[in-house]
Write a protein that binds this ligand. Sequence first.
Ligand code: ZN
Ligand code: ZN
Ligand code: ZN
Length: 128
Amino acid sequence: MAISRETRQKDILCAQVSLMHTFFSAQELFDKVFLLDSGVGKATVYRFLQRTRDAGSIHSFECGGVTVYSLTARMHCHFVCETCGDQEHFLLSDLPFLTREMQKRACHIQVSVDGVCKKCASNRITSV
Ligand SMILES: [Zn+2]
Ligand SMILES: [Zn+2]
Ligand SMILES: [Zn+2]
């Protein structure tokens, strides 16, 4: 039985996504898939990600102007320093109060916290 090009590309995409253990962008997925099948176009990768996300199999987040995806992570948390603009990720396992207050079932959550980073906080103290 002949396997169509489309089916083979979809299999490669599914396999590569299942190997992603952290957040990944469409470009990162494309780079990996391209090594296995140089016939895969970027549009195919974007379409695949969109469909998979719509089906609820992966979650998408916004990370510095880029859409990132995750197979397992349901939280994506940013800390942004108001002083130097540095952005870092931090881990949060759960936000039980949020789901309690919303009274809805959350799928995935993106958190952004603005504040002062450690570096800027210590600069402030020493400059006084
Ligand atoms: Zn989700
Ligand atoms: Zn991020
Ligand atoms: Zn800072």
